[in-house]
Write a protein of this length. Structure first.
Length: 144
């Protein structure tokens, strides 16, 4: 059992690097049209994937489609406010973010690095270790 615990801990320590591949990064450029550029942490584009754009507070999509070869979503907002962008792939990658946009946007570019991936990785590792500790304690008590 002790060897199994060591193997599990080593696997958990090695896994955070592979967890980054599920995160999608965003870069938003505002002008006459709003361009949301989606990419993986290794800078490869989130290309040819489905997306939906929603006005703030609405359930019906304002626009739907597929990201282009460079992972871009381009839309022209008809009013100022929050715009929800949902992009997702069949293998579980995706993002769900809200950005501020409007028809009178000045030229600007904002990069969003996604959520705190390191914090989520540490939290996930702590939860998994906690579950293994509980299982270990329960099995140890049954053996006694």
């Amino acid at each position: 059992m002790r060897h199994l615990t060591c193997v599990v801990v080593l696997l958990l320590l090695a896994s955070p690097t592979s967890l980054h591949s599920h995160e999608i990064l965003q870069k938003v450029s505002r002008g006459a049209a709003t361009v949301v550029e989606l990419s993986y942490p290794d800078d490869s584009p989130f290309s040819h994937e489905q997306y939906e754009v929603y006005r703030e507070g609405e359930e019906t999509p304002y626009q739907t489609g597929w990201t282009d070869a460079l992972g871009r979503i381009v839309f022209v907002p008809d009013r100022r406010g929050g715009w929800r962008i949902r992009a997702f792939s069949e293998d579980g990658h995706g993002t769900d973010v809200t950005i501020e946009a409007g028809p009178e946007n000045a030229e600007e570019t904002v990069e969003h690095t996604g959520s705190d991936r390191y914090g989520r990785t540490v939290l996930g590792t702590i939860i998994i270790l906690g579950v293994f500790m509980i299982v270990f304690v329960v099995l140890r008590r049954r053996a006694v």
